[in-house]
Ligand binder design. Sequence first.
Ligand SMILES: [Zn+2]
Length: 250
Amino acid sequence: MNQLIHCINCSTIFLRTPFDRESEYEGERLNSPSEKGIEKDDFQDFLKSHRGHQLENLKIIEDSFVSEKPYSEPMKASYFKATNGRENFVIKKFRERIDEPLKYQLIRGDYSVKCTDLQIQTDAIRKQLDREFNPPLHESQIIAFLQLYQHIVKTLDVNDLERVSEESPYPLEIYYKMDDFSLMYLLRNCRSIFKGKAYSAMEDFIQRHKDEGVLLLKGIYKIEIVERLDSKREVAPPISLEKKRILEKA
Ligand SMILES: [Zn+2]
């Protein structure tokens, strides 16, 4: 279990991993510059630089993890929520450079993940039409179809659509199926674009790709962070608080 330690005076965060604790039990014997030793030093450094400050444990809120880029991307920023029981926080986890360790930033506030756009896969549809239609469709027909599809999708609400269970490597892109009513509307309107055999071929194309192919709709999501305004902090920012305390002690 990881332990998340919050310095209230400095608004900083330290994530203590099981490595830190393990090395603690090994005590002074652990002098080698192994990973454990380095982790332990990090924690000791944290304690040293926050000596006399008010520290508290934060509890990580389960299933609150979101990432803005693919999970395999090392330079991504990701977020999770934590609480001290009275107040909730957002923890931003990020790297400033690829060769630097992860950093944690405390944000007083909350976040939500919102769908900002619902798109059709224009390029993928074009490529698939190219691949499957021989003789090829006229460019004017392709454009008319894409415009029709786009027009229908603009009227849809993402909350009414069925999500496709396939995991996207992009955590903020989620794929949806078109609903049956929109599907019927699409087919009906295709009759004015495609005639005869071309219509039948197009109908087959739509049936083939609506559930798992290029006709899936792509929902684009955004992480929206709302910072809480803390009036007390605005009046007395942490640095001046510190100075005040030092002056009082002197
Ligand atoms: Zn501190």
